[in-house]
Design a protein around this ligand. Structure first.
Ligand code: ADP
Ligand code: MG
Length: 483
């Protein structure tokens, strides 16, 4: 049997647990800041470390953000959310417990729609709960020991748990992207996966096609990029299929994805809720959330990606395809809209943003938020193009220079002599000169050698050093040659 047919007998079942770092200024239970990348062990307070005698105080902003998320996935919001202690020992958790939620999470069941291979599908969300992040173990700093950085301890996390509704690695990625865009459009997380602001655990099992029971699953921990989620899950599906095809059983375990080797490895056998000795957090009373509070948040939700996609189509005349790409991140969506409301021709703006502008960002491995070309620079450039002050190729040149030098569009056009001549009188005069300098070619053209039209265009471009507007040149040249 070939691997392909063996594979096609099986159906993967996947559920994701996504950890989203909420972008509050301070920690979830203390007033220590939540900045990333600052000096190690400089922003964990005595509360984050759980020193004896300290008491946690819940950060209101974290609650608001969780409720925002809940409303945006049409979930039930709990009126009495409860915090619980999850006890475990790990060097980056000096308290010996993590404050989390178990039985009454702040966000209950909801759902999101994903699109994969042009099919839409509703993915159930079981719950989303608030918890605190742990510190970080650093294994590559010293040769023979590990280091602990507790700066991250106490950073608020929203853990979003999906139903096992996903049926392929591609669907899992589409779902993760959806959650990523919801939390970034809601402005509750920066969503920066490279800094760990959004990371996920993938639960994977397989079953024979047509079966209704789920198989035993493994859980791949802490995957931090879209690409790795897809690769890790695909590796794991294949690994499980190979085991099952040998009539062996899948071990319920927690695994680690090694992106360098592109494989998953066993970390430990799977832990269960009762391993953690959960109990209600004695230092925090149940959280009372009124319906009025929830409704106010629901009413003030910002526009979400789906709404923006359809609004861009109707308001700016974009195709769904264009609108989806322009709304693939909040940064791009905002950038586009800033440009769109100020340019004279939106169609051209779309073409340039999706084309040359995105190409420059990609080339420099840069997010639109960090673009060295501002929206107002691009607006100036597009308007010059619209007004025929410069040609398309010249605009490309200006774009490159905008990225590399601190100059304004007008300054670059001036400095590089890129101004386009589109005044009909000027062009007409230049054409007359060119024709009178080339009587032989004119004669041949009149005798029917129409190819020579291109010769004349070339001569005009040469005389003007490429700055004549080709449309105007063509029009006037036709008139003059056929006189
Ligand atoms: P735990 O807390 O032990 O990790 P949960 O029941 O909370 O277990 O499930 C965690 C995640 O595992 C959820 O996203 C869920 O959809 C997923 N899951 C549960 N059973 C399976 C299964 N058989 N195959 C794949 N995913 C599963
Ligand atoms: Mg789990």
């Amino acid at each position: 049997m070939s691997e392909k047919t063996e594979y096609s007998d099986w159906e993967p079942v996947i559920g994701l647990e996504i950890h989203v770092q909420l972008s509050t200024e301070s920690k979830i239970f203390s007033n220590a800041p939540t900045k990333f990348g600052i000096e190690q062990n400089s922003q964990a307070s005595i509360i984050d470390l759980g020193l004896p005698g300290v008491l946690p105080v819940l950060n209101k902003k974290a609650i608001e953000m969780a409720v925002k998320f809940g409303c945006s996935i049409n979930a039930e919001i709990s009126n009495t959310a409860i915090f619980a202690r999850k006890n475990y020992f790990y060097p980056d958790l000096p308290k010996g417990y993590q404050i989390s939620q178990l039985d009454d999470p702040i966000v209950g069941q909801g759902s999101v729609e994903i699109e994969c291979n042009e099919e839409k599908k509703l993915i159930g969300i079981t719950r989303a709960h608030l918890e605190e992040d742990a510190g970080k173990s650093i294994h590559d700093k010293y040769d023979s020991s590990s280091a602990i950085d507790l700066n991250r301890a106490g950073t608020p996390l929203l853990e979003i748990v999906s139903e096992p509704d996903l049926r392929s690695a591609k669907e899992a990625v589409a779902y993760l992207k959806k959650i990523h865009s919801i939390v970034t459009f809601l402005d509750i997380s920066d969503g920066d996966m490279s800094q760990g602001s959004l990371r996920c655990d993938a639960n994977v099992s397989i079953r024979k096609k047509g079966e209704s029971e789920f198989g035993f699953r493994t859980e791949i921990k802490n995957i931090n990029s879209f690409k790795f989620v897809e690769k890790a899950i695909n590796f794991e599906i294949l690994r499980q299929i190979k085991i099952k095809n040998l009539n062996n059983e899948i071990e319920q375990e927690t695994r680690l994805y090694d992106s360098q080797k592109n494989e998953t490895r066993s970390m430990r056998s799977k832990e269960h809720a009762n391993d953690y000795r959960y109990f209600p957090e004695p230092d925090l009373i149940p959280l009372q959330i009124s319906n009025e509070y929830i409704e106010n948040i629901r009413k003030s939700l910002p526009e979400l990606p789906e709404q923006k996609i359809s609004r861009f189509c109707s308001e700016y005349g974009l195709s769904i395809y264009e609108s989806e790409i322009l709304n693939s991140s909040k940064g791009m969506s905002n950038f586009f809209e800033k440009v769109a409301i100020s340019v004279k021709d939106v169609k051209t703006a779309v073409k340039w943003i999706l084309g040359d502008f995105s190409a420059i960002l990609n080339k420099n491995n840069c997010l639109v938020e960090d673009s060295l070309i501002s929206s107002s620079d691009l607006i100036d450039l597009l308007n010059c193009l619209y007004e025929n002050k410069i040609s398309g190729p010249a605009a490309k040149k200006v774009l490159e220079i905008l990225w590399n030098e601190d100059l304004k569009v007008e300054e670059i056009i001036e400095k590089e002599n890129l101004k386009q001549i589109s005044n009909e009188d000027d062009i007409s005069r230049i054409i007359s000169e060119v024709i009178s300098k080339n009587p032989k070619q004119l004669e041949q053209f009149k005798q029917g050698k129409e190819k020579l039209f291109g010769f004349f265009v070339g001569q005009v471009m040469k005389t003007t050093e490429g700055s004549a507007d080709p449309k105007v040149v063509n029009k006037i040249l036709k008139e003059k040659l056929n006189q």
